[in-house]
Every structure is written in C-alpha cells, then in structure tokens.
Write a protein that binds this ligand. Structure first.
Ligand code: PGA
Length: 262
C-alpha cells in the first residue's frame, strides 16, 4: 500500500469571531507538538490574516487554508476573493466545492472546476469536496455521483497538479448531522473513488499518491475507526474542529492507526 501521510483539515465555516479564532489557533499551536498528520485550519476570510500571523509567529507546521476562492485574479467581482489575495495573507490551501457551496449556494461543477484549476495554477493546494445526498445514496448512486463530480471537477488538471489535490469525500447526509458513514461504507466509497482516479481519469501513480479525506460528523470517538481504513487518508472536520481538544484528539487518532498498523 502506498505510504500516504494523513491530512486533517479543520473547516471552521462561518463560525468563531476574532477572539475565538485567535484563541483556538493558539490552543492548536500549543497542543500540536508532534504532528502525526499534516494539518490545515480554515477560518472565515476576515480572520485569515490574524490566524496566519499566529501560526507563522509560532513557526507552526499547521497550514492556513481558506474555505473558498474566486476564479479570476482580480476585477469587478463584488464580494469575491482571489487566489493571490489568499496567498498574500499566507494561505497555502483552499477548500473547493464544499457541499454547502454546491447545494446551498448553487455552485455548479463547471464553476468548481474553474476554481480548482485557478487555485492550482496560482500555487495553492486544493481540498476538493465531493459526495452524494441521502436520496442519491438510497438510489444506489453513490459511486456514480462521486465519479461524476470528480470527472467534471478535476477535468483538465494535470497529473503534476494532482500532487497538490486532496479529495474530501463528504456524504452530504453526514455533514453536521451526527450521522457518520460506517467505516465499511466510507471505505467502499473511497476505494471506488481511488479506482476511478486510477482507471478512469489518471493512472497508478496519481491514484496511489492522492489523499482522500473522509468528512461528515467525524468526532474523537469515531475517528480512529475511520482512519484505520486503507483508503481513508485523514478527514475534513467541521463541528469538531471548533474545539481544540476534539480537533487534537482527531489528529492524534491518525497516530493510533499508524501505531497499530506498524
Ligand atoms: P462536520 O462538517 O464535521 O460538522 O460534519 C464537515 C464538513 O462540512 O467539512
């Protein structure tokens, strides 16, 4: 099996004001002494700079991420933020295609693909989110939906650029609901995603290297079982990323897995 370092993302969504964001960033910096996984935290736009300063002053290995980005480098796009602006404030990674943007804000596969390519061209790493709704799962369409979203979303991305893409499989029905995919169901979806990367879109090298995070109600008490699955390479964490103890426990769960595998 390929040696992929797990990657844990903290998606703070539209939560935490300045003081809370700073306090959480400091608690994570202090608590994360030995990182068994790569870690990124993604505050809301107004706090990126502040959180980035905390991370860089502490010389922390925690990466700064944004939750979205616009496709164009600048211009008349009221309310939008460009890749170079994100880089200016120290962000190195950006979440694209989160289900809340797909379903609540009606982002299309075409727009998401343009964002993925713009971010990669600008040197940002991308956490590219996919996942099926409950209705689609019940209709047996999980793999078809995931493959479709990957097919559109990663169209035109080179194998080289794929080295900077992490896929986040987040079943829509599991996000923020307390319902988690079972480790077996999640593994089955991840395995099918990797197979599509291998045979449908890229090749063995990309498929073996690409990290596939699981997201959707990951908590300290279910993280280790999920991360123990061979095709699950960490997680994208929402609710549990807002509490330092929970987020640190989830990061530590990647180590439990590494230790028991070794
Ligand atoms: P959740 O969110 O952990 O609160 O389910 C995950 C996400 O939306 O990335």
């Amino acid at each position: 099996m390929a040696d992929r370092k797990p990657f844990i993302g903290g998606n703070w969504k539209m939560n935490l004001h300045a003081d809370e964001a700073a306090a959480l960033a400091r608690a994570l910096v202090d608590g994360l002494t030995d990182a068994p996984a790569e870690v990124a935290i993604c505050p809301a736009f107004p706090y990126l700079h502040q959180v980035g300063e905390i991370l860089s002053q502490a010389q922390s290995k925690i990466q700064l991420g944004a939750q979205d980005v616009h496709t164009d480098p600048n211009g008349a796009f009221t309310g939008e933020v460009s890749c170079s602006m994100l880089r200016d404030v120290g962000a190195t990674v950006v979440i694209v295609g989160h289900s809340e943007r797909r379903h609540v804000l009606a982002e299309s596969d075409v727009l998401i693909n343009a964002k993925v390519r713009a971010a990669l061209d600008a040197g940002l790493d991308v956490i590219f989110c996919i996942g099926e709704t409950l209705q689609q799962r019940e209709a047996g369409m999980t793999d078809a939906v995931n493959w479709g979203q990957i097919g559109y979303g990663l169209a035109g991305v080179s194998s080289d650029h794929m080295a900077r893409v992490t896929i986040a499989y987040e079943p829509v029905w599991a996000i923020g609901t307390g319902m988690t995919a079972t480790p077996d169901d999640a593994q089955a979806a991840h395995q099918a995603i990797r197979a599509f990367i291998r045979c449908g879109m890229f090749n063995d090298a990309v498929a073996d290297r690409v990290r596939i995070q699981y997201g959707g109600s990951v908590k300290p008490d279910n993280a280790a079982q999920l991360f123990a699955q061979p095709d699950i390479d960490g997680g994208l964490i929402g609710g549990a990323a807002l509490k330092a103890d929970d987020f640190l426990a989830i990061i530590a769960a990647t180590q439990t897995v590494a230790a028991s595998a070794g």
